[in-house]
Design a protein around this ligand. Structure first.
Ligand code: AMP
Length: 283
């Protein structure tokens, strides 16, 4: 496995792999790799001749209160993990490589980026789609792998690819969880022992919503209230939103239809966590 920091070295390495007839898979990450990132890489390893992982803590997707400076960074440990997953190339650029002086062109997806995470984090998705478009242009992959944990991000990228004709297949990878249900996240490292226990409330709230819908509840407000009630019973948790939405448009459902997406954001102590669950009705 090679580690490179420049766009030109990345392009050269990808050209060489292409010359050998290999397909290219890209897994964009912000580093601090954990088992969920490795699941994306393994999937890419199975499906592509050559696997590129980008490790870049993207400043433009962080808001002023989002702890950009404190985000965990450990390229050495990330490289060891990526190598164990069979990755061929790590692209770990500096901020100046991606955003040279005078950079001022942006990719913005309309509609679904103004709600949920977009409403709570203005400018976040513009930063995400811009950096992902750049990574797509730098690497030129056949397939790119994104986790369903960041469901709205996945939808924004799928829309960008459709609307701007990127010749890339977007592969969604199911959310990887800890044994107690907590979705894996680099941000979980910020949690104290008590907060880590409290953080299980996100998945428990999603399960409550799912059980209600599976029991026949079709009023989204009732389902939301049940999930909200559970989160509010957890003293260390502070809810940002709980929403029942259409999984394609992310618009609120007036009646719970099949399938539905329950999405939530909760602050546990100082750490903001998100999670979601697709509910398919029992047949
Ligand atoms: P990040 O490093 O947090 O930007 O995440 C990089 C990629 O890993 C994104 O596509 C995320 O959606 C994905 N990812 C992060 N956590 C999980 C998880 N628990 N399950 C599935 N995918 C994940």
């Amino acid at each position: 496995m090679r580690i490179v920091a420049t766009i030109s070295e990345t392009r050269k390495a990808v050209r060489a792999a292409r010359a050998e007839g290999k397909t290219i898979g890209l897994v964009p990450t912000m580093g601090a790799l954990h088992a969920a990132h490795l699941a994306l890489m393994s999937r890419a390893r199975e499906e592509c001749g050559s696997v590129v992982v980008s490790v870049f803590v993207n400043p433009t997707q962080f808001g002023p209160t989002d702890n950009f400076e404190q985000y965990p960074r450990d390229l050495e440990s990330d490289a060891a993990k990526a190598a164990s997953a069979g990755v061929d190339l790590i692209f770990a650029p500096s901020a100046a490589e991606i955003y040279p002086a005078g950079f001022d062109a942006w990719v913005e997806v309309g509609g679904l980026t103004g709600i949920l995470e977009g409403a709570s984090r203005p400018g976040h998705f513009r930063g995400v789609t811009t950096v992902v478009a750049k990574l797509f242009n730098i690497v030129g992959p056949d397939r790119a792998y994104f986790g369903m944990k960041d469901y709205q991000q996945l939808k924004a990228i799928q829309k960008m690819v459709r609307d701007l004709d990127f010749p890339i297949e977007i592969v969604p990878v199911p959310t990887v969880r800890e044994p107690d249900g907590l979705a894996m996240s680099s941000r979980n490292a910020y949690l104290s022992t008590e907060e880590r226990t409290a953080a299980t409330v996100l998945h428990r709230a999603l399960k409550v919503a799912e059980e209600l819908v599976n029991a026949g509840e079709r009023d989204p407000e009732k389902v939301r209230e049940a999930a909200l009630g559970l989160i509010r019973s957890e003293p260390l948790a502070d809810v940002d939103y709980v929403a029942l939405v259409d999984p394609e448009t992310l618009q609120a459902q007036r009646r719970v239809e099949r399938p539905a997406l329950v999405a939530l954001a909760v602050r546990v102590g100082q750490t903001r966590l998100i999670d979601n669950m697709l509910i398919e009705f029992p047949r």
